[in-house]
Design a protein around this ligand. Structure first.
Ligand SMILES: Nc1ncnc2c1ncn2[C@@H]1O[C@H](COP(=O)(O)OP(=O)(O)OP(=O)(O)O)[C@@H](O)[C@H]1O
Length: 275
């Protein structure tokens, strides 16, 4: 579904992505996480064809991003803060979507708008953050894309609105049989909806893969004399360390949470950047 090889993006002298490699299989829901300025939005904008790489290769659904009109129609994008047209009503957004997208599914759009409790006559500028996110998600999904891309979709939403939004997102993905990529700082959200993870720090991929496999490949182990016995730690945090295990887990090893795993790789990358 997504394939990157040596993917590099520079803005003038600033490097936003540096030699990024990863492969994400079809049907995945990918969580893209990393600190501010790591390059997440840059990667998503490259995937939508909004910007061009400086070097390297990126393939989205087997082709160059936005290779042609039919390919564009296969990708739905919801940008940061779910932008909508403030002076247009909810119904105007659906009419515009129908006019611009040959594969528009009007029934799906109307069903979802009703389920989200949105008033078709209301101007989008007057919607709450959660309602705006639901509208943007509906417009992106009613194209019936094969891939939905979200840049921090739920960042501004309160916990209740976020839960509703994430539920709609997973419903859409299931209903459309689509893949999805979402960038987020909210690891709980990623844990809830994603089956694949990419950790991006300092413009490089630090960790990528199937969430269950990554969790199975790491353990929390007790530390003696500053380092765990016989294994190279990803991160030492006081009395324990996060380690990548081999075929035989070290003694007294405990499972790691997604949050511990991501923080371990982010902390290691921050340490390397400081050196
Ligand atoms: N249009 C631009 N012109 C110049 N530099 C840019 C541009 N867009 C992004 N950058 C720089 O590229 C780097 C990566 O930015 P990007 O927005 O991709 O990070 P991010 O991981 O999405 O950050 P955040 O979590 O804060 O949204 C940053 O150093 C940023 O300042």
């Amino acid at each position: 579904m997504l394939y990157a090889e040596g993917l590099t993006k520079k803005y003038g002298r600033r490097t936003a992505l540096s030699g990024v490699d990863f492969t994400v299989p079809q049907g995945s829901v990918v969580g893209l996480v990393g600190p501010n300025g790591a390059g997440k939005s840059t990667l998503l904008h490259l995937a939508c064809g909004l910007i061009e790489p400086t070097s390297g290769r990126l393939r989205v659904l087997g082709e160059r991003p936005a290779a042609h009109a039919a390919h564009l129609a296969r990708v739905g994008f919801v940008a940061q803060n779910a932008p909508v047209y403030g002076t247009f009503s909810v119904a105007d957004h659906l009419r515009m979507g129908a006019r611009m997208n040959p594969s528009w599914d009007g029934r799906l759009a109307e069903r979802r708008i009703a389920r989200a409790g949105l008033d078709l006559a209301q101007k989008a500028g007057g919607l709450s953050g959660g309602q705006r996110a639901q509208l943007a998600l509906t417009v992106a999904a009613a194209k019936r894309p094969d891939l939905l891309i979200f840049d921090e979709p739920a960042a501004a939403l309160d916990p209740l609105a976020r839960e509703g939004f994430l539920k709609s997102l997973t419903d859409f993905v299931a209903e459309l049989g689509a893949s999805a990529v979402l960038s987020s700082h909210l690891l709980g959200d990623v844990e809830q909806v994603c089956d694949h993870l990419i950790v991006l720090c300092d413009s490089r991929v630090q960790l990528a893969g199937d969430v269950r496999e990554l969790l199975a490949a790491h353990r929390r182990v007790p530390v003696r004399d500053g380092s765990p016995d016989g294994v190279e730690p990803v991160r030492v945090n006081g009395e324990y360390a996060i380690v990548r295990i081999g075929a035989v887990p070290p003694p007294r090893a405990e499972p790691v949470t997604l949050e511990e795993l991501v923080l371990a790789y982010m902390t290691r990358a921050a340490g390397e950047a400081r050196r």
